[in-house]
Design a binder for this molecule. Structure first.
Ligand SMILES: Cc1ncc(COP(=O)(O)O)c(C=O)c1O
Length: 453
């Protein structure tokens, strides 16, 4: 048995139990992992549905151009379907989206226009406005408009909802979903509530988005809107696919908590998923008081982790935003400034004044001493050598072994800075560290100060 084309492989994604992250929770938590779709996201489902509904309604015809504002995943679904069905694609997206997402769209032959994030949707530069203008200007073009096109939620009503119902054998009690266009949560939630009206549908929102306040007060509050980092979730307007009657509760998750949880999912569950999965999982834990023993909570993991390698899965990106949980540097971070330099050593049989000259030449205040076998047998530091030379000038011509101190202790590359700094004292100015490839480096008091400053 084989599929006639890749579009036939969309859907029927696995439902996998989450074990470690949720171990304190009384309920069963199951993740619907949408990364096995050909575009590696849930959006393949609605992209194909929007295209096929438009074809049926005569809005999309052979040779047409598909134009859409998309954060990436919908574009990917549209681009794949367009390849198979022979349409041209132009996408507008924002400069907030991962570069990986933009490049992935281009891989399928789509043209991508990157627009500024921090402008109102009505601003002519916004990715919504640019895609609408292109649709007006380019003949024979069609804009799916995933926000207001109800084929979006219908795809989930027809596929995602029934799959979850069958996979849980009707046992699902709660559905947890990140809300962007609202298609996933409202389509899936509508189907499930028709099957069992007691099922609770819980939406994940971001700080900087309007959904939660609107649900709770009926007020569309522009003051709630500000730029945020989380991708795929939250909006600054109300898409028609969001049916507030289907969503029982919105839970807001911070960018930081979402990013930290995004990193935990592959590490603790072996599931490589994106930022909105992290946000949904973090929100699920925030709502733990809503779940009891016997409950079956299904959370949707929208897309794949590879799209976030330059962001949440990149230590520098996380550190720059203050998102790294254990932010304190390790021994291996302390050698960054000089890791390309070879360790300067003295030999136990060298003459003291030669070594002092060497230390001056390299502008170093301490030096490890090795014996003829290369073993670290001692150390010298400038203040100790100078005070000895003042007391006994004749030591200038003595061998190093006559004046050296104890060797510098070794630390592991992963040792935290606190452990390293404890070893650096008045009598012991440095430690040594052997890298995993066998190079030896020195860490001095100055390296510790630089890292803390
Ligand atoms: C990664 C990701 N997560 C979550 C969502 C939200 O899904 P929906 O638009 O169906 O509400 C999207 C949609 O843009 C997405 O791309």
């Amino acid at each position: 048995m084989w599929y006639k084309n890749v579009l036939e492989t969309i859907g029927n994604t696995p439902l996998v139990q989450i074990n470690k992250i949720t171990k304190e929770l009384p309920c069963t938590v199951l993740a619907k992992i949408e990364t096995t779709n050909p575009g590696n996201s849930i959006k393949d489902r609605m992209a194909l549905k929007m295209i096929e509904d438009a074809e049926r309604e005569g809005k999309l015809k052979p040779g047409y151009t598909i134009i859409e504002g998309t954060s990436g995943n919908t574009g990917m679904g549209l681009a794949i379907a367009a390849v198979i069905k022979g349409y041209r694609c132009i996408f507008t997206t924002t400069d907030k989206q991962s570069k990986e997402k933009v490049d992935a769209l281009k891989a399928f032959g789509a043209e991508v226009i990157v627009c500024p994030t921090d402008v109102d949707p009505e601003d002519p530069r916004s990715y919504y406005s640019v895609s609408s203008r292109l649709e007006r200007e380019i003949p024979n073009s069609w804009k799916p408009n995933q926000y207001d096109n109800l084929s979006n939620s219908k795809a989930h009503y027809e596929q995602t909802g029934p799959e979850i119902w069958e996979q849980t054998e009707g046992k699902i009690t709660h559905l947890v979903v990140g809300v962007g266009t609202g298609g996933t949560i409202c389509g899936t939630g509508k189907y499930l509530k028709e099957k069992n009206p007691n099922i609770k549908v819980l939406g994940i929102d971001t700080y900087g988005s309007v959904f939660k306040k609107y649900k709770e007060t009926g007020i569309f509050d522009k003051n709630e809107i500000y730029p945020y980092i989380t991708e795929g979730i939250g909006e600054d307007f109300l898409p028609q696919n969001v049916d507030f009657n289907i969503i029982d509760h919105f839970e807001k998750v911070t960018d930081r908590d979402a990013a930290i949880m995004t990193r935990r999912i592959p590490r603790e569950e072996g599931i490589f998923v994106g930022n909105s999965a992290g946000s949904a999982m973090a929100g699920l834990l925030q709502m733990r008081h809503m779940f009891k023993e016997g409950d079956v909570v299904v959370v949707i993991f929208h897309d794949h982790g590879t799209r976030y390698l330059g962001k949440m899965f990149n230590d520098d990106w996380m550190r720059d935003r203050g998102f790294l949980v254990n932010d304190s540097p390790k021994a291996q971070d302390l050698i960054e400034g000089h890791k390309h330099l070879k360790l300067v050593t003295a030999n136990a049989h060298d003459i003291v004044h030669d070594v002092v000259a060497k230390m001056r030449k390299y502008d170093i205040s301490q030096i490890p001493v090795i014996d003829s076998t290369g073993a670290f047998v001692g150390s010298l530091n400038d203040s100790q050598v100078y005070s000895k030379l003042i007391e006994q000038p004749e030591l200038k011509t003595a061998k190093v072994e006559a004046v050296m101190q104890a060797p510098f202790p070794f630390v592991h590359p992963e040792s935290p800075i606190e452990d390293v700094s404890k070893l650096i004292t008045k009598d012991n100015n440095a430690v040594l560290m052997k890298t995993l490839i066998g190079d030896i480096h020195i860490i001095t008091k100055q390296d510790v100060i630089d890292a803390l400053a």
